[in-house]
Design a protein around this ligand. Structure first.
Ligand code: HEC
Length: 260
């Protein structure tokens, strides 16, 4: 009875190892990200390949690296594994999460012999077969309504190609991308903001909803003016040129106007 039990467990274990086969890409989350199942080094070890893994992010269609992203834009995320020692078999996993460690944006168009799997409620890019070069990429489209900084996580190995998990060396890395809100809403407001009439008399109308304004003369002195709804009372300003600085809570700008 005891013997049968041991044979049965050995059978289950062997089956589990086959199901969890890694060379063609794992189907669980081993990205090394928070709340993942860990990373490749949970099994792969004992090697001296000197593995390093790097994440490079560029705006799709360009080669200029970015460290921030803009709402709705598509980026190319490159994962590169290098080894100082011999390694004919490399593999990786990578995912992009927001500050709550949840999937954010959409992931597609993998290259280098990789694919996207869905595991742990995340989209994970993973190699489809062990790679000699260790270079893959995928595209990530930022959410239209982003919440802030996102982090690209990646884990990988440089393996010795013995179809086992021994004699291999793993590595993990991550890269934060801050939210660049300088375009979209911001530039919209900046390019739309207008004052009229310009030159003005006793009243100057502004075009946008701003949270604060200040009027500064050419000598840099701040002038006392009252803003009511979208109308600035310019009655007390001496004739001449002024700068109007505005802030809408998100962005700011300056326009020049003349009082006559
Ligand atoms: C739960 C244990 C386990 C984890 C975690 C694991 N692997 Fe594996 N991996 C194995 C086993 C067992 C093999 C040998 C059987 C096979 O090829 O599938 C293997 C083989 C491989 C091979 C072929 C290695 C060689 O020398 O031929 C690659 C490549 C690979 N895994 C990539 C990965 C990557 C990348 C990760 C992390 C994202 C990972 N594995 C995580 C167990 C694991």
């Amino acid at each position: 009875m005891k013997k049968n039990y041991i044979i049965l467990s050995a059978g289950i274990l062997a089956g589990a190892i086959v199901l969890m086969s890694s060379s063609s890409g794992r189907n669980d989350d081993r990205t090394g990200a928070p709340s993942s199942n860990g990373n490749c080094s949970n099994c792969h070890s004992g090697g001296t390949q000197g593995t390093t893994i790097n994440i490079g992010v560029t705006e799709k269609g360009t080669v200029v690296p970015v460290s921030s992203y803009q709402a709705g834009k598509t980026y190319t995320v490159a994962i590169v594994i290098t080894a100082s020692g011999l390694s004919p078999a490399k593999g990786f996993q990578s995912t992009i999460l927001d500050a709550t460690n949840s999937k954010t944006g959409t992931t597609a168009n993998t290259t280098g012999g990789s694919r996207i799997i869905s595991a742990n409620n995340r989209d994970i890019a993973v190699q489809s077969s062990a790679s000699l070069t260790g270079i893959w990429s995928y595209e990530w489209t930022a959410p239209v309504n982003p919440t802030g900084t996102v982090t690209v996580y990646a884990a990988g190995i440089a393996a010795n190609g013995n179809f086992g998990d021994n004699g291999d060396m793993g590595a993990t890395t991550s890269k934060a991308l801050t939210l660049d809100a300088s375009t979209g809403v911001r530039s919209n407001m900046a390019s739309k903001f207008q004052v009229y009439p310009n030159p003005c008399g006793d009243k100057l109308q502004i075009s946008g909803n701003v949270s604060s304004i200040s009027v500064i003369d050419l000598a840099g002195r701040v002038q006392e003016v009252a803003l009511t709804k979208q109308v600035i009372d310019t009655k007390n300003l001496m004739p001449g040129f002024y700068f109007l600085k505005w802030h809408d809570g998100q962005t700011s700008g300056t326009v020049k106007f003349q009082k006559i």
